[in-house]
Design a protein around this ligand. Sequence first.
Ligand code: ANZ
Length: 819
Amino acid sequence: RKAYPFDDIEPKWQHYWLDKRLFRAADPGEEGSNKPKFYVLDMFPYPSGSGLHVGHLEGYTASDIIARYKRMKGFNVLHPMGWDAFGLPAEQHAILTGTHPAITTKQNIANFKRQIQSMGFSYDWSREIDTTDPAYYKWTQWIFLKLFEKGLAYVAEAPVWYCPMLKTVLANEEIIHTPEGPRSERGNHPVIRKLFRQWFLKITAYAEKLLEGLETVQWPESIKEMQRHWIGRSEGALIKFAVEGKELEIEIFTTRPDTLFGATFLVLAPEHPLVEAITAVEYRNEVENYRAAAFLKSDLERTELSKNKTGVWTGGYAIHPVTGDKLPIWISDYVLMTYGTGAIMAVPAHDYRDYEFAKTFGLPIKKVVVPEKQTEEIGSECFIGEGVAVHSGFISGLRTAEAKKKIIEWLEEKKRGKKDIQYKLRDWLFSRQRYWGEPFPIIWKEGKPLPVPEEDLPVLLPDLDDFTPTDEGIAPLSRKKDWVVLPDGGKREINTMPQWAGSCWYYLRYCDPSNEKLPFAAQKEKYWLSPHGVDLYIGGAEHAVLHLLYARFWHKVLYDIGLVSSPEPFYKLVNQGIILGEDNQKMAKSRGNVVNPDAIIQEFGADTLRLFEMFLGPLQQSKPWSSKGLEGPYRFLARVWRLFMDEDGEGLWVLKKDIVDEEPPLPIKKLLHQTVAEVTQDIENFQFHTAIAKLMTFVNELTKEKKRWKSVLEKLLLLLSPFAPHICEELWHNIGHKDSLAYEPWPEYDPKFLEEEWVEIIVQIDGKVRGRLRAKKDADKDELTTKATDIPAIAKWLENRVCSKIVYVPNRLINFVLE
Ligand code: ANZ
């Protein structure tokens, strides 16, 4: 027999909530929309074949607690859910089994939805969206066209990551670098570099705005820092070097223009367009071979991982813009074509990479900066810090910052260079040679990409039987000739968008999910997103630089076009910590340590699982699962149940007879108000584990009492309901309420019942203890001084004396120093 009948209660209330559409958010103009709004968003799941795992449920439980709490606090709450359903796994499955990805996706969504609903989350299901639904992706295509119109989507040939196993091109972020070489994040397959015609989105045009916006949002500092790092802003200068004997100039980017006098050679990326023109005939073979080898390496292999510097001399020289010295021009793969100008001035005395290169090839090293305090770094041949310029002509003697300024002024005046800012951020590789994604709304005519007219959207993804890309990596849609080739000779774009596309704007669609004329109506967007975007976004930290950067980029473009009303999409971001397996390892099918929520719900109920997920530890920390721990919350809920319910002679649950409509005694009142105050504060601070601990203490105390005060029991149910909504609804109903408690006002507390914390303060005269004083914790100094001087024993010492100083150590002592 179950300790309490959760198996009856839970499905019953889930149906009640759904049938009554109890959690429908009121759109502007509807009843309820005059309340303040609160938009609490989850990162919507990819509906995988293996179903929900307990990690999803952690974030979803946390957001549900907030949603339920905010409703009770009088907010009009938008709490939606949907499916990020395009993507590789369904397509891989289709390739293996022949089952169309649409079918698998549909089944998986149904399973995810069943699982999510069995947790009793208070989603507004009328707003459910699915990124693979043509009614949704029509607008993903529409937004793409806006980017295209603004010149933010373009086609380029580019060396990109290609995975021969997955037969697709992957973005930088989808690659992991292992000691065995670069691999695909998905599936862990080896990847290589290949030249492809690709779509790119010009996220680099928003680098500065993406950086600035970070200052306005309430995000974990670690995530902001990862985005800053990813964007990688560097301030420096561009400097032009003439090539000896040629009408050519090499432009370099440096963050240390103050070291110009220490440049002893130049290095070009092997792909640099001037390499051919500069290379002397006798070096051509060697240079060509080196270039071919470099092409096969990734940027990361070329820079961070490679320790031994390689390179070849072109036979050419550059002229130093100030001294006129001849500097040999080399090529090396540690200089990347994808950053700055693809060329550098090498300053081996002040840059490690250049130093290693100079050592390897016997090139000169010239010291031009010394530390300000000569104690540091003495004797080291490579000093990368800032200091004072030496052997540097007109900037000698200047500190680094001034030296930079002065040399830039000189360069600008002589038209040999200028101040410059570079970003590490690259444009977003946006096309995939895959089937299961949004088709591009693009038609090719005479080699030019043209937008599909708006009235012809959506460009539907046609049916296919064979989902494998061709061996050359050409997208599978190329097989659908009658779809690709149009009667007028135009040809459809056959690549599809990456999975990130649909998740770039889904939070906007939730505001107006069935609009057929627009992605969302302005009035609804304004209501839900003003003034600062989604109020609270909960999800995993693994999206720090992918989804969270891409979505911010799209949002900022939409903001610039005037389609959204806030410059940032997500105001407050909370990352839940990872739930590890019981073995403290990441949960993974291959390790066999994945916990299935269905089995737990069956054995203990959803309320127990919800409580348990929150009771594991602080939301933001990662923590191991412990199936033994489920008993605790389960017994707690059974105890709550027994505060209200008794078994009759036939084993049926009946309401306790001794529930009284009386004022509770003072100690119980105090405990109640204390609990209300603390649970409220804990919820506001996402300290759900401590909130639950306080509710447990409260219930233990109530259990000891002979009487059951109805007003106290009611408050308990309201406080517990965001965490364990089913049992609370049932008991609320049992004690005589007709309606759900979901919109009951959140309990208030009266500070006069709160127990103050007291401390003992030592009172000293000239450092000797002369008295003691009980005071409220953190009381202020003046208040305490008055109190202390009122103590007769102290007053006696102070009589007719002049006090020169009062020393106060908060919560510890007060010392009167006499003259
Ligand atoms: C001369 C110099 C002297 C440099 C010195 C550094 C220290 P971040 O901070 O990453 O922006 N660099 C420029 N373009 C490059 C490229 N395409 N591939 C590889 N390295 C490149 O670093 C900028 C510095 O990295 C630049 O400043 C340049 O080396 C190098 F004491 O120029 B520096």
